[in-house]
Design a protein around this ligand. Structure first.
Ligand SMILES: O=C1O[C@H](COP(=O)(O)O)[C@@H](O)[C@H](O)[C@H]1O
Length: 246
């Protein structure tokens, strides 16, 4: 593993996907068990990259070590689809993780997938505000303990897609996005809601992401991921294939 600090956060590079995934599972387990008071709130990413992490968390020794009863699971984004649709991020998380571990149903906070997308965004924001206990963020009081993010090869993260109006959202915590070159209307956390995290961590794997990682490192403004910040720390977990340095 190699490590370095950049303006965009700390970077850890692992030999392959399996090592990167195991590192992240170990780090999450350490954070969740260290915080022995109150809920441990996570916002999870969708797509294909984190699937091996969710599967790993549902196997031993992780499955019996995570404090599931204290863990609260939110989503960073979802496709506006019924949860049983094969492309629903929540559906994927449920199949790989939630259905296989003793997490209480009331600790799961899916984004609504029926009705209208606008209503779904407003209703999810209300849910987040109830959980946070306030309508505006207080400095140094994060909403999420960990916000796990992915990175698209076009530089999108969560469902913050290049050039879309959602990138300018400074007030709403949750918004809709209709990506021109990707399927489905999306519901996504906005920049301010992602910022309200004790830890923001990107998990990025595969050679197809190397160019996007390099652009974020160079703070290329065409990449939505370049503008991600955190109340606490920002870190990148990469496999060697995704690292511009490898
Ligand atoms: O559409 C999405 O894409 C990104 C990246 O997904 P990946 O399949 O390239 O890993 C993901 O982070 C986001 O949650 C998802 O909705």
């Amino acid at each position: 593993m190699a490590g370095q600090d950049t303006r965009t956060g700390s970077v850890s590079v692992f030999a392959d996907r399996e090592e990167a995934t195991r590192h992240l599972a170990d780090w999450l387990l350490q954070l969740a068990t260290e915080k022995n008071e109150g809920p441990f709130a996570l916002a999870l990413s969708g797509g294909s990259t984190p699937q091996s992490l969710y599967s790993l968390m549902a196997t031993e020794p992780y499955a019996s070590r995570f404090p599931w009863a204290r863990m609260q699971f939110f989503l960073g984004d979802d496709r506006f689809l019924p949860h049983d649709h094969e492309d629903s991020n929540f559906g994927m998380m449920h199949r790989l993780l939630f259905s296989r571990v003793p997490v209480p149903a009331e600790n799961l906070h899916p984004m609504p997938g029926v009705g209208t997308a606008e209503d779904a965004a407003r209703s999810y924001e209300t849910r987040l505000k109830q959980f946070y206990g306030a309508d505006t963020f207080e400095a140094d009081r994060p909403l999420f303990d960990v916000n796990l993010l992915g990175l698209g090869s076009d530089g999108h993260t969560a469902s913050l897609f290049p050039g879309q109006p959602v990138l300018k959202e400074q007030t709403a915590w949750v918004a809709t996005c209709v990506p021109p070159a990707a399927p489905y209307t999306r519901i996504t956390l906005t920049y301010p809601a992602i910022h309200a995290s004790r830890h923001v961590v990107f998990l990025v794997e595969g050679a197809g992401k190397k160019e996007a990682v390099a652009k974020v490192r160079a703070q290329d403004p065409s990449c939505p991921a370049s503008a991600i910040t955190a109340m606490g720390d920002l870190r990148w977990v990469l496999d060697r294939a995704a690292s511009p340095d490898a």
